[in-house]
Write a protein that binds this ligand. Sequence first.
Ligand SMILES: *Cc1c(COP(=O)(O)O)cnc(C)c1O
Length: 370
Amino acid sequence: MVDLVGQHAKIQSELDEAIGRVMATGAFVKGPEVAAFAEELAEFTGSKHVIPCGNGTDALQIALMALGIGPGDEVITTGFTFISTVEVVALMGAKPVLVDVHRDTFTIDPEQVRTALTPQTKAIVPVHLFGQMADMDALMDISETSGVPIIEDNAQAIGAAWCGNTNRHGQSGTFGLMGTTSFFPSKNLGCMGDGGAIVTSDDAVATRCKQIANHGMVKQYHHDVVGINSRLDGLQAAILRVKLKHLRGYLSARQAAAARYDALLEGCAGLHIPAREQRSSHVFHQYTLKIGGGRRDALRTHLAEHGIPSGIYYPVPGHAQQAFSHFQYNPDTYTVSAELARTVLSLPMHTELTEEQQQFISDVIIKFID
Ligand SMILES: *Cc1c(COP(=O)(O)O)cnc(C)c1O
């Protein structure tokens, strides 16, 4: 599904140099590389602060903690996402209020967010799924009228941009009070282990996130609030600084690969190529088809028989997860998520994908479907 070995081989000497630099200084946790990366990512996103942390799940948790979210509170999000988005809300003792997604773009339905608001709602967490942004025009309107802050789960869409109807434009993760992201190796900006960050332009929120990620401490050994231990290490930061320089190129390579899949698969009856939200660029963390006629699983098996990997993101939506059964979600409310769980299929998508590989994959798909 990804080719990190191929991607890294092309920048081997830059990576070696970066890793060598960290080994030479011994700054393995925190240190100058982490600070420099935070600054460079802030510049890239156009937001004021970047707070690096241990991973994308921690980033979400720290964001919720910064808002003081706990028992009795509600957080509105979607279940058609990686588990972290919902998990951290439950972990904080709050209630994840799940709403359904759009059938075509797979992102949260703002009308349902509006309906789900209650006096207990403390945050809205849209997910920019598969590389495309949720409807930030509508969501920011809801946030501004209700006063409920937005935390954007931007683990899959770093570098995507929104150009909205109402003067709203900017990069993913910079609209809400906070944006969170992950540097898990397979993400669009990935390191060689775990990593994550919170992005914000609010000074007070930035200070609070930094403090929470560092054991609730500002002055050494003086702990003002209950925090956690979540940090990016020096090696990962040095690697990320190298890869951030190439990120625009990586995103273009993904978009070019997506356009090639589109051209090869468009018009093939029985499948839908990914729909585009006109106001968002798409950075294609995943290239996700919808396969009709109940044939998704058979196609997946057929692909595997031809040595082609594929993925199902996500086979079980949040409302149907055993871990959340105590929230007693009504399955009738999530018809779109349930349908997508049965029909989506993600194809190999990465920066090193060749035309020949895509031609082969598409031929196998078309022959099966016809
Ligand atoms: C990957 C991902 C996360 C979690 O990131 P980790 O670094 O693996 O903890 C959260 N949300 C979404 C949507 C993701 O894709």
